[in-house]
Design a protein around this ligand. Structure first.
Ligand SMILES: [Zn+2]
Ligand SMILES: [Zn+2]
Length: 326
C-alpha cells in the first residue's frame, strides 16, 4: 500500500479521509459519509443533525434521540466500522476502521481501568491511533478506583454515624452511576439531572436504584448525588441550611485549587477517564505507527509519547490536515 495517503483532520469532528470518509464525534451529522458517535457526553454529541443515521451503541442512540426532540436518527449499518468498548460510561465505544489498507483506531473518551462494574477498554493493534488526552500530563495519575471508592464509602459512613447528611457532586452521566453503584447501601437520593441521566442508561443488568429528591425533604442522615452546576435549586438551599458535608468526585481533584473552586469540603480523584499512565500503556499495547492526540493536553501527550515510547506522535490541530503517507 505504499504511496497512498490518508488524511486525518479536526474539522467536523475527527475526520478520516481517504477513499472513504469517516467522521467521529462530528458537530453536524451530514448527509454524506459515515458518522460515528463515541458516547453520550455533550462535548461528543452533534449540535446539528442533517443526515439520518449514525454508528453508535444503543445507549448512545437513546441519549441522542432524547436530546434532539425534533430530528431523530437511526443506527446506521456498521459499514466496515468495528465498535469496541471504551470503558468510559455506559454505551461508550471506540471505533476502528480500515481506510486504504490502514487500520485507524479512534478512542473517544476512554478508561482502561475496570471500575464499579464497568469493564475497562482493551487495546487493539492498529496502524494509526487517534487518542483522547484529557489527562495527558504526567502529573495526572489516579490511585486505584477501588481504593477511592472505599474512601468515599468510609466518608459517607463517618458522617452518617454523626447524623450528618452528605451531598456529592458528580457529572450526571457516567460518574453519577458509578457513585450510585458504590453507595447503594446508603439508599442514595439524586437531583433531577442525575435521576434523568440514570433513567436513560439503566438496564436489566444494571438497575441503578435511586430515589428522586423532588419535594419532601429526606430525613437525616441522607446522601444526595447531584449535578455540580445545578445551583440555586430549592434542594440546594436545604443543603446549605443543613450544613451537609459537601463532596465532589473528579480527576481534577488532583489539582490543588479544585476543592475551593467547587466549594466542597472533600474532593476525591475518581475519574472515568484513563490517567496519564493508562494512556501510555494503552498506546504502547496498540503498537501504532503514528499517534494523533486531541481533546485535552494534546501537545503534552504527543511529546511524552515520542520521548517515552519512541512512537511518532502529533497533536491534531483544528483546521490542519495530518497527512499520513505509507
Ligand atoms: Zn466523556
Ligand atoms: Zn470528552
Amino acid at each position: 500500500m505504499s504511496g497512498r495517503e490518508l488524511a486525518v483532520r479536526l474539522g467536523n469532528g475527527v475526520e478520516v479521509l481517504g477513499s472513504r470518509e469517516y467522521h467521529f464525534d462530528a458537530e453536524t451529522i451530514g448527509p454524506k459519509g459515515t458518522f460515528c458517535i463515541s458516547h453520550a457526553h455533550s462535548d461528543h454529541m452533534p449540535k446539528r443533525i442533517v443526515g439520518q443515521s449514525v454508528v453508535c451503541s444503543d445507549i448512545t442512540l437513546r441519549c441522542l434521540n432524547n436530546r434532539s426532540k425534533k430530528k431523530q436518527v437511526v443506527q446506521a449499518p456498521p459499514d466496515g466500522v468495528r465498535m469496541l468498548d471504551a470503558g468510559h460510561m455506559a454505551g461508550s465505544r471506540m471505533f476502528q476502521v480500515e481506510v486504504d489498507g490502514r487500520e485507524v483506531l479512534y478512542t473517544g473518551d476512554l478508561c482502561t481501568r475496570d471500575r464499579c462494574g464497568n469493564k475497562g477498554a482493551r487495546p487493539a493493534r492498529t496502524d494509526v491511533l487517534v487518542i483522547e488526552s484529557t489527562y495527558g500530563k504526567p502529573r495526572y495519575v489516579f490511585p486505584p478506583s477501588d481504593i477511592i471508592a472505599g474512601l468515599i464509602r468510609d466518608e459517607v459512613e463517618d458522617n452518617f454515624s454523626q447524623g450528618r447528611s452528605v451531598s456529592l457532586y458528580s457529572y450526571p452521566l457516567g460518574k453519577s452511576q458509578d457513585m450510585l453503584r458504590i453507595l447503594q447501601e446508603f439508599g442514595p437520593f439524586t437531583d433531577e439531572a442525575v435521576f434523568n441521566a440514570t433513567s436513560l442508561v439503566r438496564s436489566d443488568d444494571d438497575l441503578l436504584e435511586c430515589q428522586l429528591w423532588k419535594d419532601d425533604e429526606p430525613g437525616d442522615p441522607f446522601i444526595v448525588i447531584c449535578s455540580p452546576w445545578l445551583k440555586r435549586t430549592p434542594q440546594e438551599e436545604v443543603l446549605r441550611r443543613k450544613c451537609v458535608k459537601r463532596l465532589a468526585v473528579s480527576g481534577w481533584a488532583l489539582d490543588s485549587g479544585y476543592r475551593a473552586r467547587m466549594g466542597v469540603h472533600e474532593a476525591f480523584p475518581f475519574s472515568d477517564h484513563a490517567d496519564f499512565n493508562d494512556l501510555m500503556a494503552f498506546v504502547k499495547a496498540c503498537e501504532p505507527e503514528v499517534v494523533l492526540t486531541h481533546h485535552g493536553f494534546a501537545e503534552s501527550l504527543a511529546v511524552e509519547i515520542k520521548a517515552r515510547l519512541g512512537i511518532d506522535a502529533r497533536p491534531l490541530i483544528r483546521g490542519q490536515r495530518s497527512l499520513l503517507e505509507f
